[in-house]
Write a new protein. Structure first.
Length: 178
């Protein structure tokens, strides 16, 4: 074997390994970005649904406090949103939404509240029926946020700070830098 071939083969092997490493790194970065985008797209419909539910629940609750005759279209709208949550939401968020719906229905069965009774409810923090729902939603979004920051390849799953912008903390090739 000619000795001059060894440096040439070493150079070609190094270039091949460098190119392969770069290609694999780019593939992992693209896969990570794709997963993050999918999770972000999954969050948007949930956020919109939860916003609509809070608005509908607030309107129904205000109506239930003032009237004994139920607002059937409002309740149907509210329970339609709960039905959508059965598909999209965590069990805790769904259970909280169902409790809110039950509280609103029960409120229609009680006598109308006077202004002084409402003031007492505010002072005792009994008027807030959405507190546990908000906590459940925050917990759900926190868990989705943690999932976004997990590495692709399995192994040790260390929580990392997730950037507010997709390119924050990344170099030009899409690799996360500390």
């Amino acid at each position: 074997m000619d000795i001059s071939i060894v440096p040439a083969l070493a150079g070609l092997t190094g270039a091949a390994i460098g190119g392969l490493t770069s290609g694999i790194t780019s593939w992992f970065a693209q896969k990570t970005q794709s997963r993050v985008q999918l999770l972000a797209q999954d969050k948007i419909p949930r956020q919109e649904l939860y916003k609509e539910f809070i608005e509908a629940a607030t309107q129904c609750y205000a109506d239930a406090l003032q009237h004994e005759k139920p607002d059937i279209p409002g309740l149907v709208n509210l329970y339609g949103k709960i039905g959508r949550m059965r598909v999209l939401s965590s069990p805790r968020v769904l259970a909280s939404a169902e409790q809110i719906g039950q509280k609103i229905i029960n409120m229609y069965l009680e006598p109308n509240k006077t202004f002084f009774e409402l003031r007492e409810m505010v002072n005792k923090n009994a008027i807030d029926i959405l507190g546990t729902f908000g906590e459940a939603c925050r917990e759900e979004f926190r868990s989705l946020h943690m999932f976004e920051s997990w590495p692709i390849g399995g192994g040790h799953r260390k929580k990392v700070r997730y950037p507010r912008f997709p390119t924050e903390g990344m170099c030009s090739s899409g690799i996360r830098v500390a």
